[in-house]
Structures are given as C-alpha cells and as structure tokens.
Design a protein around this ligand. Structure first.
Ligand code: BG6
Length: 481
C-alpha cells in the first residue's frame, strides 16, 4: 500500500484507543504494514494539542507494548500522530476537523474513520460526518469502523443500520467483532476447508453435539455501569459466541471473498431455531450487586448457557450448547465437537470406565491450538482403553512467532478493503432476532430463575444439571491442559 491514508479515531482519549488501537497500529507500523503516507488523527472533546496527545499515548502504550519497541520506534511513529479537539454532537467541529485533515493530507487521500466512542453517539457522529461531506469518495475511499455493541436489540440495530446506510454504502462499513480477528477463530475456516479429512464427518451423521465455551476469570470491573444494562447475552452471545458458531456450522463458501463468507454465515444464523426458555440457564456471580455501578437488586446475568438447534440438512437434531460467564475458574474460549459413539463397542470395558467418543477441541485462547482425542488400548491390558490426545499448539508449532492481536489484523483488513472478518448488517440483525426473545423472555413468568454462582467456579449448578438432563457434561478440553 503506497496510497496516502488517514485514520481518524473518534474517542481518541478513551480506553480502546489506549489499550488496543494504538498498540496495534504501532505494531503494524513496526512491521512495515501501514501505508507509507499515513496520518493517525485522534479526536475527542479534550483540549489537547498534537504534542500532548503523543505524550499521553506514549504513556498509555507503555502498559501494552514492550519497552524495547517503544524505545526503538515510538519517535518515528509519533510523527504520524495528530490531534483535533471536537464534539461529536457539533456539526461545526466536523467542518473544523475536515479542514485540518485536508491540510495534513496535502492532496487526495483515503480515510478510515474509527468510532471508538460510546454507542449512543454513533448515529449523531455518522450524521455529522455526512453533513461535513466526509463520507464522499471523490478523491480516495472513505470507510467507517464501528465497534460493538451494534444496537441493544433488533429494533435499535435496525435503526442504526438505517442511519449508517443513509450515509455509507454497506461496502464502506466495517462492524468489528474482535473475535473474528483472533488467529484461531480464522483457523476454524482453514481447519475445515483446507483439509479433506474433517469435512466428511462434520455433520449430523457423525457429530453428537457441539459445545462452545467462552469463560472469563475477570469480573465486570470498571465497566459495571455498562454491563449492568447489557448482561452476558448482549455482551458476549449476540456477537462473539454466535460468530464462532457460524464459523463452525457454515457451509463451505466458494471463495474467501467477504460476501461469499458472509452469505454462508448469514444462512446458518437464519437457520437457527428460536430458542426455548427452558433451553437456557442464567446466573449472576456472588458479589456482583456490590460492584459500584450495579443496581442493588440487579437481575443482570453474568453467566448464561443456551441450547441451540440449526434446522438444516447438515445439523438437524444436533444440539449446540453455548456458555459464557465472568469470574469463572479459567479463561478459555473453546469449541468442542463431540463425535458419536461407535454403533457397537465390542470391547469389554472395565467396570466404572466410561466410554468417551472422539472429541475435537479448537482452542481459541489462551493456549491456542487443536486437540483430537481418540481411544487407544492400554498396553498390557486385555481390553482396557484410554482416550489420548493428538495436539497442535501454536506456541510449539510456530515457535518464536507471536500471534498478532485481533485488532492488528482487523485494522489492516479495513485498510485493505477486506470485510470478510467484519459482520454484515444482516448478520447483526439475525443475531439480535435470535437473542432478543431470550432477553425479554427472562423478564416473564415461567423463565428459568436467575441463580447465583461462586466466583472461581465453573458457573451455577444449574449449568451442569442442564447438560446432565441430556446425558452430557461440559468439557474444558483446552483449559485442562
Ligand atoms: C468484549 C466484552 O467484547 O469481549 C467483554 O465486552 C469481554 O466483556 C471481552 O471481557 C472478551 O474479549 P477477550 O478477547 O478477552 O476474550
């Protein structure tokens, strides 16, 4: 890329800019992946000048990148950083920002606008960008990156999509789901579609059920106020878990083009059967209500488990169990495909030995890799068998290679115009259509009760009972290793 490009970050004094965007841009800069003529212009209401902004970012970057990288490249990188103060609510401030950009650009340039601001401000910001004609592609492309949450329910997501489409064409819009930028999430597609041995068994004839677990050890921390309004379904399921599910369950697209991939994901999402309330579990960790910003009687779940069915030829009758929660025993994002038992087991198992069928675990994080379990005969025994693991770990398979942060990949893709790893408007709406009835249903009589779980546990007892009812249990294949 040699074209002149400007990245404009709205919300430049915020947490996301400090923690994710600037470290990702610095790493990309260091590896020579950013366009040669790049400007990164921050904007927020704080009255900084360019130098203040550079200093602030340097201070915050110190917590997220190595001291060696900072020493080696910061000064050079900082020369590309600029700041323009302004309010998202003030059309005039957009005019002022635009004039500053034009001056900095000194000619035709592409622009990537990044909305790293509170979601309530999205619509106004988009409207004001258009009022200042900053969406017009007369001398370079214009793209907009929008962070989650994209709406708080189906209705608000539709309104937001309409506001976006009034100003930008869908091909200019990049809705971030950072889970799609994780190397191992992308590897699901490579694993499935760059190999021949797994796809023939990736269906209802061989798969018994699928588990997707995204467990976190952290509590809601300083985000309690947002979280209490949101809860685990909006925060994790509507986006990350359903995106992972669609990668696991989609049909093979004909190409890796953005729309080919997104068409298949949308098809899977539209084939998911409405979720019954009895197929849900909701719970809150003990102590949550004491966090500052949380309502004293809060009913917000910090843990949920759902059972989903996909009504299509590939997956008919195969349950997908999804769970996610805060303050759980280990941080782990994993997808486990449980294959069916052999139709007949001719070996006499010793008493008390449970027959475990094959499992394939895709470990998204933190110990990224893939595990395949199969039965082996215990040497010296007559008929005893033991499940063994065939493992691939990124850390040993690609020794010395540091997995790039999801934001690095996503920022680069947005700059390159590749939207395959970004959610399209229909995917977003389909996901809301699915989870909305769960969120509203939980406020009605007949909903499963909100239960409690101890921080450091694997969630509420009801979660285990939920699977036990189907003769199954939760697996932690990645975090157990
Ligand atoms: C965010 C959620 O989207 O994802 C957070 O808002 C959550 O609540 C985070 O902690 C998890 O991301 P990761 O990359 O740490 O698994």
């Amino acid at each position: 890329m040699t074209e002149s490009t400007t990245i404009v970050i709205f919300g430049a004094s915020g947490d996301l800019t400090n923690r994710k965007l600037i470290p990702a841009l610095l790493n990309l800069f260091d590896r020579g992946r950013l366009p040669e003529h790049i400007r990164i212009v921050g904007s927020s209401r704080h009255p900084y000048n360019d130098d203040d902004f550079r200093q602030l970012l340097r201070n915050s970057a110190a917590a997220h990148v190595s001291a060696a990288l900072l020493d080696r490249r910061w000064e050079e990188f900082a020369a590309h950083l600029f700041y323009s103060a302004g309010s998202l609510m003030e059309p005039d401030d957009f005019g002022k920002l635009n004039r500053r950009l034009v001056k900095l650009e000194e000619g035709p340039a592409n622009r990537l606008y990044y909305l790293a601001v509170a979601p309530e401000l999205y619509t106004e910001a988009i409207k004001n960008l258009a009022a200042a004609e900053m969406n017009r592609e007369q001398d370079g492309w214009r793209r907009i990156v929008i962070e989650k949450p994209f709406g708080t329910d189906l209705e608000s997501a539709k309104v937001l999509n309409q506001a976006v489409h009034a100003v930008f064409d869908e091909k200019q819009v990049y809705r971030i789901d950072h889970y799609l930028g994780k190397e191992t999430a992308q590897n699901i597609l490579f694993f499935r579609f760059a190999n021949t041995i797994f796809e023939p068994v990736w269906n209802r004839r061989y798969v018994d059920h699928v588990q997707i677990t995204v467990s976190e050890t952290v509590d809601v921390g300083h985000r309690a106020e947002y979280y209490d309004q949101s809860g685990v379904i909006r925060d994790m399921f509507q986006n990350h878990l359903l995106q992972l599910l669609s990668l696991v369950a989609m049909e093979a697209p004909a190409s890796f083009e953005a729309d080919a991939v997104r068409n298949e994901k949308a098809k899977v999402l539209s084939a998911i059967r409405p979720i019954r309330l009895e197929d849900t579990v909701r719970a809150q960790y003990a102590g949550y209500r004491q966090a500052a910003g949380v309502a004293p009687e809060s009913q917000t779940p910090t843990y949920a488990a759902l059972k989903l069915y996909i009504d299509n030829w590939r997956w008919q009758g195969v349950p997908f169990y999804l769970q996610s929660g805060k303050t759980l025993q280990a941080k782990s994002s994993e997808i486990i495909i449980h294959f069916q038992k052999p139709p007949h087991v001719m070996f006499n198992l010793p008493p008390n030995q449970e027959f475990t069928s094959n499992t394939l675990a895709m470990c998204i994080q933190p110990d990224e890799g893939v595990h395949l379990t199969f039965q082996v005969k215990v040497p010296g025994s007559a008929q005893a068998m033991h499940p063994m693991d065939m493992e691939f770990h990124y850390r040993s398979g690609f020794e010395g290679l540091v997995l790039p942060d999801a934001y690095e990949r996503l920022l680069l893709d947005a700059l390159n115009g590749d939207a395959s790893l970004f959610a399209r408007s229909d995917e977003i709406e389909l996901a809301w259509r699915l989870v909305d009835p769960v969120i509203t249903g939980w406020n009605t009589a007949g909903a499963p009760p909100l239960t409690s779980y101890e921080p450091g546990s694997w969630g509420p007892d009801e979660a285990a009972a939920f699977l036990a009812r189907d003769g199954r249990r939760w697996w932690h294949a990645c975090s157990d290793h």
